[in-house]
Design a protein around this ligand. Structure first.
Ligand code: LIP
Length: 265
């Protein structure tokens, strides 16, 4: 039985995990880009939360690639892939983040692969083939877009901010979300709803969005993108400043993040 990793993992280990995640994301991207003639659609948590055979096929591919290379690691996947970690490292995977975009053949859907240890996010990869963007980060090693370093925007005033957000699969919750949106919309530069949370977080990382907030995300939606945003200098938190969670994810550069937390509360 492999020993549980203690202390900060070496740069070599982080680089190895990152390479595995990138290679696997590229393979999943190839699988998903080759769209089948018919998508078999079923609903999950609500009548508008869909899953297709491609979500499942992508997760199966990622699960087998990663656990073949690292059989003692744990796994948590949106489509139910589950394995308890023996090594102390657990992979957190969204095989298609932005399923509705994928379904409707809109851009921005992505494969989100993160690995975490007892300290938190260790590496993150968000690969979006339709916009040809591979975002990567490893803890303490910075954030990259297609191999080039990226950093978030800093000290943006609310009135100049371009924000991203998303709407819940819980239809009643959307009424509350619109109340917050209508309070913000006349006081910011504009708002985007791009349709894929992991890429939204990476947009904050690269400075394409000044900030992003969303209620109801699951760990597989924010695990990789959250690390990438942090490594790019952004602050990523929950509603009251603690870690991001299902109740709220708020990401923005220093200066704007505190203002957004205040607005959302
Ligand atoms: C979705 C996101 C979308 C968000 C939804 C959901 P899925 O992920 O990326 O932007 O608004 O709440 O989390 O279900 O397509 O993997």
């Amino acid at each position: 039985m492999a020993a549980v990793t203690t202390g900060e993992p070496t740069t070599e280990l982080k680089t190895e995990l990152l390479q595995l995640a990138k290679d696997t994301a590229l393979k999943a991207g190839k699988l998903l880009t080759n769209r089948p003639g018919t998508l078999e659609i079923t609903s999950k948590s609500s009548s508008v939360d869909f899953v297709t055979q491609m979500d499942r096929a992508s997760e199966e591919l990622i699960f087998s690639e990663i656990l073949y290379a690292r059989p003692n690691d744990g796994f948590v996947g949106e489509e139910g892939g589950d394995r308890v970690s023996v090594s102390g490292i657990t992979w957190v995977v969204d095989p298609i983040d932005g399923t509705t975009n994928y379904l409707m053949d809109l851009p921005g859907w992505n494969i989100s692969i993160a690995a975490k240890d007892s300290t938190g996010g260790l590496i993150g990869v968000v690969y979006s083939p339709t916009i040809d963007r591979m975002f990567t980060a490893a803890r303490g090693m910075g954030a990259y877009l297609n191999g080039r370093p990226i950093s978030c925007n800093k000290n943006v005033e609310l009135k100049n901010a371009l924000l991203g957000t998303g709407f819940s699969y819980e239809l009643d919750k959307r009424r509350e979300q619109v109340t917050l949106l209508s309070s913000l919309i006349a006081r910011v530069r504009d708002i985007r709803r791009c349709g894929a949370a992991a890429v939204d977080l990476c947009y904050v990382a690269m400075g394409a969005l000044d900030g992003y907030y969303e209620y109801g995300l699951n760990e597989w939606d924010y695990a990789a993108g959250g690390l990438i945003a942090r490594e790019a200098g952004a602050i990523v938190s929950g509603r009251h400043g603690g870690p991001e969670c299902k109740e709220m994810t708020i990401a923005a550069g220093p200066g704007l993040h505190d203002v957004l937390v205040g607005e959302i509360n």
